[in-house]
Design a protein around this ligand. Structure first.
Ligand SMILES: NC(=O)c1ccc[n+]([C@@H]2O[C@H](COP(=O)([O-])OP(=O)(O)OC[C@H]3O[C@@H](n4cnc5c(N)ncnc54)[C@H](O)[C@@H]3O)[C@@H](O)[C@H]2O)c1
Length: 315
């Protein structure tokens, strides 16, 4: 797929990763349609652009689906989802509705319209509780939250629809994306929540010991990986981990944020959240490196610096 002059749909295109992806696609000359209900993201994320069309609505609404797929698309990037593990524990049925039924509906409409490539953003959380810290794509998933189950189900549906209708897909399993436009909030990610506390000189609360690790990936690298998965012939009907291949402790993240925001916040510790059983995780990205030419560029220090700078200017 060549990006220039191609037509794509980005579901969830107003979200934290979606709006970064949309901006990159527009800059490459792509015509972009965004389908988003704005339930989890700010109306200020995307500016008007001559090649951008925004359809505001629920992807489960049949009128909205009809309107969206009255257009033809070369590729569909399916990012819309209920986010994420914690929210799914409180409302597993709504998680299933949006992440499984919603994904199936977008897949079926895309297949009917002969979309060339369906890119599905899956999650590293589907690996769940396995003893191996470094996750590779062939590990048997052991999801421990409804969200991890729903993201895994979406992967299975990509393959089932490919088998039934012949539509090609690429699956990217993302790992703890962070960067500009990632909003803080009750069910949101640790980095924007720590930054918000630091900027207000409030306590930075770590749930656990602080020695827990994740493979935090700067959003520009995530977006590059997603686009490579759409473009590369070798990515057809394959699954790729996208991360950095490195783990960072939560306590390191808290300290870096405190330093970059010149904050007077104290770092304090509270008991682990009940649903969170995963203590350490990093991604094996060798497959994405080999087949996609994926190469994450931003290390954690630079990424946290850029993210803090963005939040300081945009709060
Ligand atoms: N951010 C991460 O660290 C991470 C990690 C792994 C996987 N992912 C996956 O990547 C994708 C994008 O993540 P994100 O961080 O940008 O999430 P996000 O919550 O910021 O964006 C999702 C977007 O989907 C929209 N949306 C939700 N329900 C909808 C519905 N019913 N109809 C239409 N739009 C709807 C929201 O308003 C939001 O703009 C998701 O599929 C997520 O599961 C993200």
């Amino acid at each position: 797929m060549h990006l220039h002059a191609s037509k794509v749909l980005v579901t969830g295109g107003n979200g934290a990763i979606g709006c970064n992806l949309v901006q990159k696609l527009l800059a490459s000359g792509t015509n972009v349609t965004v389908l988003d209900d704005f339930s989890q993201s700010s109306i200020h994320n995307l500016n008007n652009h001559k090649n951008l069309k925004i359809i505001k609505g629920d992807l489960l609404n049949s009128k909205i689906l009809k309107k969206t797929f009255s257009n033809d698309f070369d590729a569909v990037f399916h990012l819309a989802a209920r986010f994420a593990n914690e929210m799914s524990v409180y409302d597993p049925v709504e998680d299933l509705r949006v992440n499984i039924e919603g994904t199936l509906k977008i897949l079926l409409e895309s297949a009917k319209k002969n979309v060339n490539r369906f890119v599905y953003t899956s999650s590293s959380s589907l690996y769940g509780q396995t003893n191996l810290i470094k996750k590779n794509e062939s590990l048997f998933p052991k999801p421990t939250t409804p969200y991890a189950v729903s993201k895994l189900s979406g992967e299975f549906y990509c393959n089932a629809i490919h088998e039934q209708y012949g539509m090609d897909y690429s699956i990217v399993r993302l790992s703890n994306s962070y960067g500009p436009y990632d909003p803080p909030g009750k069910y949101r990610n640790v980095i924007p929540n720590f930054i918000q506390s630091a900027l207000k000189n409030k306590n930075i609360v770590i749930t656990g010991t602080g020695n827990e690790t994740r493979d935090f990936t700067f959003v520009d690298d995530v977006v590059n990986g997603i686009i490579l998965a759409a473009k590369k012939p070798k990515a057809r009907n394959e699954i790729f981990n996208l991360g950095t291949g490195k783990e960072t402790k939560i306590s390191t993240i808290a300290q870096l944020i405190k330093k970059n925001t010149n904050s007077k916040s104290k770092i304090i510790f509270k008991p682990k959240r009940k649903f969170d059983h995963i203590t350490r995780r990093k991604m094996d990205i060798s497959k994405a490196k080999k087949l996609l030419g994926y190469s994450p560029k931003t290390d954690i220090k630079d990424g946290i610096f850029k993210t803090c700078e963005w939040f300081s200017q945009n709060r």
